[in-house]
Design a protein around this ligand. Structure first.
Ligand code: BG6
Length: 454
């Protein structure tokens, strides 16, 4: 294990903060979403905007030494592109100081699906190079303001989701159009360009470290039929390796560039952008990991572009269990992913999201006995320790997702990941009291023992 191994918590702003219309914040696409039946809106989240000191105390008490959070673009820049909102910047400045005071290293994320509403409506989000310009301006300013005290950065949460057509358009702030393959590739490339420009700027102006980040779910072939195996390999190539190759300084994968050429996909790549991507070299490779799945080639034709493979061929793995939300729990896949990233690139790897979403009720008195969560984390930490100790993988730390309950990505407060319960429901905000669950005390022991006592 590293001399300083990071144990901590990881969140996004819209799932955590609340304060949606306070402190000069402008609107993001989330703020105007009407909640679907039995889901929450995005206005209050777990009220971290007003309450972060209590949450930092809990993290410190658990022994955590890193917190990955997001600077909300809409909170610090008017409409994502206008004047700096100094009140918003001041808020994060204080927030960061409070973390550092408690011995918790900040990791800043700059974008987690919450496009400023103005940029979504005016430019269709990251489909436009105008949005790239606005994002890079915002990112560079945050680097100027905070890189002296924040040494760990990521730009995009789960950057490979911008290569997946069922998700990319929504998270890129794309609000109108036909969602074509050309547009998918343009968004993917614009996002990579923005990532490269901000990464290069960090390296030119500071000693801070910046990583690329993927949502790296292991995708197995559904059978040993050669066609299934080929589809699983191509999926990895187009969704994961093509981006990791860029993060590692090698540019886009040859397989992807070849397909773009033969299929005449119009990626709108400019020579100066390719130069920025060629100059990119990230300091660490980070990823979220929750589950794995399989791909079945039966309905995948020769013409199918690999980015669409899971839409046509996703299949349940009969060998592993699922959560209530059908996420298949697979710690062995976690060890695979750690190995795939490190053995190929030899750049330190960092799992910065892991955890299990479960519906839980608190009776107002007794501790929540979340043994299922302890089991989940234990098996995944164990898989990580095997990657470190048996496979020689260099791992920087382990951050759990939403360890103080937050809204799920769909806005469901009842899908909880926390070691700490937050007393609110989807429509009933109650008192938002923080109540440690059994897993909190277990995780504290794990951290104190450096992973030895599980
Ligand atoms: C990750 C996202 O993909 O998964 C988070 O970065 C999300 O935003 C997390 O919350 C867990 O997913 P969900 O849908 O269960 O909240």
């Amino acid at each position: 294990m590293q001399n300083k191994f990071f144990w901590g918590n990881s969140v996004s702003s819209m799932q955590t903060e609340g304060g949606w219309n306070e402190g000069g914040k402008s609107l993001s696409v989330y703020d105007v979403q009407k909640p679907a039946k039995d889901l929450s809106d995005w206005h209050f989240a777990n009220d971290n905007f007003h309450n972060f000191a209590e949450d930092f105390d809990l993290m410190k008490d658990a022994g955590m030494n890193m917190y990955r959070f997001q600077i909300s673009w809409s909170r610090v820049v008017k409409d994502g592109t206008g004047a700096w909102n100094e009140a918003g910047i001041e808020y994060y400045d204080h927030f960061i100081d409070e973390l550092i005071k408690r011995g918790i290293e900040p990791m800043i994320c700059l974008y987690h699906f919450d496009m400023p509403l103005y940029l979504a409506e005016k430019y269709n989000g990251f489909l436009s190079k105008e949005t790239v310009k606005a994002f890079v301006r915002f990112g560079k300013e945050m680097v100027k303001r905070f890189s002296a005290k924040c040494k760990w950065w990521i730009t995009f949460n789960e950057q490979n989701l911008y290569s997946q057509p069922d998700i990319a358009f929504r998270i890129a702030g794309y609000v109108k159009g036909d969602k074509t393959t050309d547009e998918l590739y343009q968004i993917m490339h614009n996002v990579m360009t923005a990532h490269a420009q901000i990464s290069n700027f960090i390296h030119e102006t500071s000693d801070a470290k910046i990583g690329g980040m993927l949502a790296y779910s292991e995708v197995y072939p559904a059978s040993c039929r050669p066609k299934d195996v080929e589809c699983a390999r191509q999926w990895d190539e187009f969704i994961n390796f093509s981006l990791l190759d860029c993060f590692a300084g090698q540019g886009y994968s040859p397989a992807m560039l070849k397909l773009v050429k033969t299929k005449h996909i119009d990626m709108k790549m400019l020579p100066e952008e390719l130069k920025d991507i060629a100059d990119l070299k990230n300091d660490f490779l980070s990823f979220s990991y929750y589950a794995s799945t399989t791909v079945d080639s039966t309905n995948i034709t020769e013409e199918t572009v690999p980015n669409y493979f899971l839409i046509k061929g996703k299949k349940v793995n009969p060998y592993i269990d699922s959560t209530e939300w059908s996420w298949q729990i697979d710690p062995a896949g976690f060890r695979n992913v750690l190995n795939k990233m490190y053995q190929r690139y030899r750049i330190p790897v960092f799992p910065i999201e892991n955890g299990i979403g479960v519906r839980e009720k608190w009776d107002g008195e007794n501790i929540i006995e979340d043994d299922y969560r302890i089991k989940y984390h234990k098996e995944h930490i164990d898989a990580m320790l095997k990657a470190i100790n048996k496979d020689g993988v260099e791992v920087l730390g382990y951050l759990g997702w939403g360890l103080i309950d937050i809204l799920s990505s769909g806005g469901d407060m009842e899908k909880r990941y926390g070691l700490v319960y937050v007393n609110r429901g989807n429509r009933d905000l109650r008192d938002m009291k923080r109540v440690p669950k059994k897993s909190y005390f277990w995780f504290k022991k794990v951290i104190a023992s450096g992973g030895n006592d599980m």
